[in-house]
Design a protein around this ligand. Structure first.
Ligand code: IMP
Ligand code: MG
Length: 192
């Protein structure tokens, strides 16, 4: 067997790597510890926003030792490939009850804040015991509605990023790192 590190073929579509696979792994482990310390022995009802948060949620949960219940919700795409163009809507709602539960909402990235503002408003109406939010990435400078997450993996600049769950036109979610897509690939007519 060769020892040569074989890069994921989609790496060549990246202009730069913003967060390496190693950095993601290390940060997720620390986030898990921080979350466990915050919740003590309490059970957590994790609500993950799919598809983007799938990889992050799966890896993070392995570092949360608390009893956990997992639910997934889907938000209608209100964006074109790279920009926010409308209002997010809940497409597939919760299946678990969250009333009187400690809810931890997980998303891949906090950008304009519209998605998490809408989802937290919806969940708050269901009267959870507590509601906190965890995002892997935060583009603070892009906020259109005020929103802060309690747990943040990395602050990143205002760049469109892909990988580790994040997509461009549904591609690149399987990249193990997070990178900036080459500008010339951000408008491929064949993907429209
Ligand atoms: P917000 O509602 O503007 O905060 O956007 C949140 C959603 O937009 C995220 O869950 C992502 O699906 C998507 N998004 C925002 N920025 C990026 C990016 O740089 N790359 C890929 N998806 C993004
Ligand atoms: Mg998303």
């Amino acid at each position: 067997m060769s020892n040569t590190l074989k890069l994921h073929p989609a790496h060549t579509d990246l202009e730069a790597i913003l967060v390496t696979e190693t950095a993601i792994k290390r940060r997720i482990k620390r986030l898990g510890t921080q979350i466990a310390e915050t919740y003590g022995d309490e059970e957590i009802t994790v609500v993950s926003i799919i598809n983007g948060a799938i990889l992050f949620t799966a890896d993070l949960l392995r570092f949360i030792p608390n009893p956990v219940r997992l639910d997934c919700i889907r938000i209608s795409s209100y964006r074109n490939e790279t920009k926010s163009i409308g209002k997010p809507q809940l497409l597939h709602s919760l299946t678990l009850d969250v009333t009187n539960r400690h809810v931890l909402l997980i998303d891949d990235i906090l950008d304009t804040g519209k998605t998490l503002a809408m989802v937290t408003k919806t969940i708050t109406k269901l009267k959870p015991a507590s509601l906190k939010t965890c995002v892997l990435l935060d583009k603070k400078g892009r906020r259109e509605v005020p929103f802060d997450a309690e747990f943040v993996g990395f602050q990143i600049p205002d760049k469109f990023v892909v990988g580790y769950g994040l997509d461009f036109a549904e591609r690149y979610r399987n990249l193990p790192c997070i990178g900036v897509l080459k500008p010339e690939l951000q408008n491929p007519p064949e993907w429209a």
